[in-house]
Design a protein around this ligand. Structure first.
Ligand code: TUI
Length: 311
């Protein structure tokens, strides 16, 4: 557990997921200021937007933070370049393999933490020099793999020697304690942080997460090979209907364009893409990031029967 905290220079081994649109500098800085690792989500954004967010985060906190680079984005290479130029301390990646970028990132001291959904990719990236991996189970929101957190995390822990961060379905101290029991050195949470006060998502998006029950975070896009979990609404109904009718990948992709922005900016909870994980059913309130982190850490320590990170 201390290995990850020392690697990243953080107080608590709690990472905030690098959610496209949702994870802005304001949220990331609040999480880092509270002792976790905040992460700016680059998503499909242009590199210069990411540069401005990096500088904004630095203006709010002197603590370390990260940038998540979504490798399916056409801007991914340019975003990596900005991350290197700005000497961001930590990079996480999603939806692909960051292999070609690892050397450049490491040459400026950036810690590289790919998000993986399989043992094979975790092993490959360890060989290529990754500093840690996030093992993300299918309970997560957004783009997901095929293996549950409970089964994936211990298999990745057995397969690699670098620290493993568990993600998917974790939203409180019980989830963190369970992840530690599985051998994880830390956790990453996305959905819970959508409902941080500092998160700039529209209030209606946050309210939808708070209002969600256990069966509301569903998967669309299985037929495209890029499954995405989001809250059930008019958009997911239309999408699943099209999928059932055998629509082409292009047609389905067209339906999805601009939908995250619609949810984040307009709060359109009917037609927007409300990406969220299965832990949405555990999220009950909108509170400051610091309160989220401190309450979870205290709950974890209570369950473990000892002080681990606080004094
Ligand atoms: O990346 C994520 N979650 C995401 S990315 C995203 S942005 C988006 N926007 C609109 C439509 C679709 C996506 C939203 N949520 N999580 C990390 C993650 N990476 N989960 C699974 C993977 C993954 C999957 C396959 C990583 C690598 C991989 O294969 C790479 C290879 O080369 O084998």
């Amino acid at each position: 557990m201390d290995r990850l905290r020392n690697l990243l220079g953080i107080e608590f081994p709690v990472l905030q997921g690098g959610m496209a649109w949702v994870a802005t500098a304001k949220l990331a800085a609040a999480v880092s200021a509270a002792g976790g690792l905040g992460i700016i989500g680059a998503g499909h954004a242009p590199a210069e937007w990411v540069r401005q967010e990096i500088r904004k985060a630095r203006s709010i906190t002197s603590k370390p933070f990260g940038v998540n680079v979504m490798l399916m984005s056409p801007c991914a290479s340019e975003v990596m370049q900005v991350v290197v130029e700005e000497r961001v301390p930590v990079v996480t990646t999603g939806a692909g393999s960051p292999g070609p970028f690892i050397e450049a990132l490491k040459s400026v001291g950036c810690k590289v933490i790919p998000v993986v959904a399989s043992v094979a990719l975790a092993k490959r990236l360890e060989r290529m020099g990754a500093d840690a991996v996030v093992a993300e189970g299918l309970e997560s929101g957004g783009h997901i793999g095929e293996i549950s957190t409970m089964a994936l995390v211990p298999q990745v822990v057995d397969a690699v020697n670098i620290p493993v961060i568990a993600a998917g379905g974790i939203a409180d101290g019980r989830g963190i304690a369970a992840a530690l029991m599985l051998g994880a050195s830390g956790v990453q949470l996305g959905t819970r942080f959508i409902c941080a006060i500092e998160c700039e998502a529209h209030k209606a998006y946050k309210d939808a997460v708070v209002g969600a029950g256990d069966r509301d975070a569903i998967v669309c896009g299985l037929s495209t090979g890029h499954p995405v979990r989001s809250l059930k609404n008019q958009l997911t109904r239309e999408y699943l209907q099209l999928e059932k009718q055998g629509a082409s990948e292009e047609e389905l992709e067209r339906l999805g364009v601009g939908r995250l922005r619609l949810a984040f900016e307009q709060g359109d909870v009917r037609n927007g893409s409300l990406m969220a994980g299965q832990s949405a059913g555990l999220v009950k309130e909108i509170i400051p990031a610091r309160e989220i982190i401190i309450s979870m850490v205290k709950e974890t320590e209570r369950l473990m029967g000892r002080r681990i990170w606080t004094n």
